[in-house]
Design a protein around this ligand. Structure first.
Ligand SMILES: CC(=O)SCCNC(=O)CCNC(=O)[C@H](O)C(C)(C)COP(=O)(O)OP(=O)(O)OC[C@H]1O[C@@H](n2cnc3c(N)ncnc32)[C@H](O)[C@@H]1OP(=O)(O)O
Ligand SMILES: CC(C)C(=O)C(=O)O
Length: 583
């Protein structure tokens, strides 16, 4: 360590006394570990409130409106639109939603308020004319907040909640045309003694008097995430099991991500009996954020559960979110990040390539692609960026790009040869090799005439003898380093005849080891691609390739391509031609 840097040692070592583990819940017969999620919860977006209150520059009215419209399009039926008593902007936004009829019939807006009289009254004023609304009241309940924020004991904290609830009840007649649902949050639930959370919620329930038809929402927030997700699940299951008249309450989760496990905590909370989830798109929110509803919903989708939220255009969702919040979705963000469907490493690419080839293309067929838990097309993403090439990549990835982007189906052995060429290129440049560069390298290496042999003319004559044996005679003009050679030879086909003709010149000696061809396009002007592997007199193999509309000429050109590559390699001409390729 540099001696000039002052040593700032703040982390305790050895026995840590500064922090303590969160208390466990005694629930030896917990049920949640053996359950699975089979239906989506009721989703409530809190982007416009909890998300918004965490932005350095909160959204303005137009941005809030754009975000609201996006949330509606995605399928949210409950949307916390703000904290109307907090500021004029918040108040005016809610008025605009109501007065300009932006709220669809099946969507309920939700507003948050502290349990304070003047704030509750102002909140009710903001809701005039709404068809339906959820009034969400909260006060903090944890021992720390009771002591340092309120300086009050438990009964006094309960009194804040019940007085607030009573006032909400009394104000209901001031909203004659509005169907009001009441939500109560013992804020900092995750840090509150579980028995006290239950006590305060039941006190609120006693005031509100919910019924199975008109339930109360009890929202149990992990305002700060302080435990492993199993403890959160125990808290929720314990609460659900002990709550009186459970059928009159909707149990709602509201997790944050301080330990990075907001999604896991929410999923386990659902297993533990919760019915509803509050969260934000991409996990915006205080500190490390609220739970990310996109991830939660798509996690369900990839387990075969319809989330009833539609992320078919994930890039568009991201764009609106980034514009409204001025935040960026990280490139590794589950499902939505730029790189989450991209493989750079060889073995992943190989497996994806094989998986793609084996995948049943029927819509709705079981998705079985290694390394890709979801079909990118379900989210409006293309397959284009699945495989990207750098020095970590292998032949499978390179072959995938050539086939999926440009239609070239390289034979297996040729993939090894061309993969090495691209790998060398990536090593030399130290950079990602773009699809276009792969194509240009392929064309330069195999398709462009580069000598020393050049074919000037070629024709064949087919002969059938009396015993019905077919032979082909080829007549060709070939130039080799400025000299013209007239060639003629007979074989069992054009490739065989031309191979004999070239060998007769004594300029080269080789045999053909493999040949394959396929159509590149359809129609009258259809082009074919041919690939030929030869073995030279040193026993070395080289591939050649060509594309033409005439299949016979394609194979002959592919042969010349292979022969030229073999000769150039023998002359120790390097095939690393990156500098000659336009990039
Ligand atoms: C975890 C969460 O996300 S909770 C939501 C948090 N969101 C926000 O706070 C954003 C909007 N808030 C605001 O704009 C402001 O805080 C307002 C308008 C609501 C209130 O403003 P002010 O009264 O000026 O300030 P402030 O919030 O600091 O008030 C603190 C007082 O309220 C009390 N208080 C805080 N929360 C509550 C509550 N939920 N119920 C009752 N009283 C509360 C505090 O004890 C404190 O009382 P004291 O003055 O006697 O010490
Ligand atoms: C008001 C409550 C629900 C909240 O936002 C939180 O606890 O994070």
């Amino acid at each position: 360590m540099d001696e000039r840097v002052p040593r700032i040692s703040s982390m305790q070592k050895g026995r840590i006394t500064k922090y303590q583990p969160c208390p466990q819940i005694h629930l030896p017969d917990r049920q949640w570990p053996s359950r699975t999620i089979t239906t989506a919860p009721t989703w409530c977006s809190v982007d416009l409130r909890d998300g918004n209150q965490a932005l350095a520059i909160p959204m303005g009215i137009d941005e809030k409106l754009a975000m609201f419209q996006l949330l509606v399009q995605l399928g949210f039926k409950e949307i916390e639109v703000g904290f109307p008593s907090a500021s004029q902007i918040e108040f005016d936004f809610i008025r605009r939603l109501i007065e300009e009829n932006h709220i669809p019939e099946d969507v309920t807006i939700q507003v948050l308020v502290q349990a304070r009289e003047e704030l509750i009254r102002r909140t009710f004023e903001s809701l005039h004319g709404a068809h339906r609304a959820i009034v969400h009241l909260y006060n903090s309940t944890s021992p720390l907040q009771r002591r340092v924020v309120f300086g009050l004991d438990k009964p006094e904290i309960i009194a804040i909640a019940t007085r607030g609830t009573q006032l909400v009840k009394e104000l209901l007649p001031t909203l004659p045309g509005t169907e009001v649902t009441f939500e109560y949050s013992p804020e900092s639930f995750s840090l509150t003694e579980i028995e006290f959370s239950l006590e305060i919620c039941e006190a609120v329930v006693d005031v509100w008097q919910p019924t199975p038809e008109h339930k109360i929402i009890l929202n149990l927030p992990a305002t700060v995430e302080i435990s492993t997700p199993n403890v959160h699940a125990d808290q929720i299951e314990w609460f659900c099991r002990h709550l009186r008249n459970r059928e009159t309450a909707i149990i709602s989760l509201h997790t944050h991500n301080d330990r990075g496990t907001g999604v896991a905590a929410t999923e386990l909370g659902l297993l533990a009996g919760a019915d509803r989830v509050e969260g934000t798109l991409f996990g915006n929110g205080e500190r490390t954020g609220n739970v990310d509803i996109v991830t939660l919903a798509l996690n369900m989708y990839t387990q075969g559960v319809d989330p009833f939220l539609d992320f078919s255009e994930i890039d568009a969702v991201r764009a609106v979110y980034e514009k409204c919040t001025r935040l960026e979705v990280p490139i590794r963000q589950p499902y939505a990040g730029e790189l989450v469907f991209t493989a750079f490493s060889g073995s992943h690419q190989d497996a994806i390539n094989k998986g793609m080839a084996a995948q049943d293309p029927e819509p709705g067929a079981l998705w079985q692609i290694p390394y890709l838990p979801i079909d990118p097309k379900d989210l409006g993403r293309s397959y284009e960026a699945i495989i990207r090439i750098n020095s970590q990549s292998g032949k499978g990835g390179v072959a995938y790009v050539l086939e999926s982007e440009y239609g070239y189906q390289l034979p297996k052995a040729m993939r090894i040869e061309f993969g090495k060429i691209i790998n060398r290129l990536a090593d030399e440049t130290g950079e990602e090799i773009l699809n276009r560069q792969i194509l240009e390298t392929f064309e330069h290496e195999y398709l462009k005439p580069r000598g020393p042999f050049q074919i000037l003319s070629f024709r064949t004559v087919q002969e059938v003898d009396l015993l019905n044996h077919e032979t082909v005679e080829c007549v060709a003009r070939v130039s080799h380093e400025g000299q013209i050679h007239e060639l003629r030879a007979r074989g069992n086909g054009p490739i065989d005849a031309f191979t004999r003709a070239l060998n007769q010149t004594k300029l080269v000696q080789f045999t053909v080891r493999s040949y394959s061809e396929h159509a590149l396009s359809q129609g009258a002007e259809a082009r074919a691609a041919a690939y030929i592997e030869i073995q030279n007199d040193k026993g070395e193999s080289y591939f050649g390739a060509a594309t033409e509309t005439n299949i016979e000429l394609t194979s002959i050109k592919a042969l010349v391509s292979a022969v030229n590559r073999s000769v150039r390699a023998t002359r120790k001409e390097t095939d690393s031609t990156y500098d000659k390729i336009s990039v």
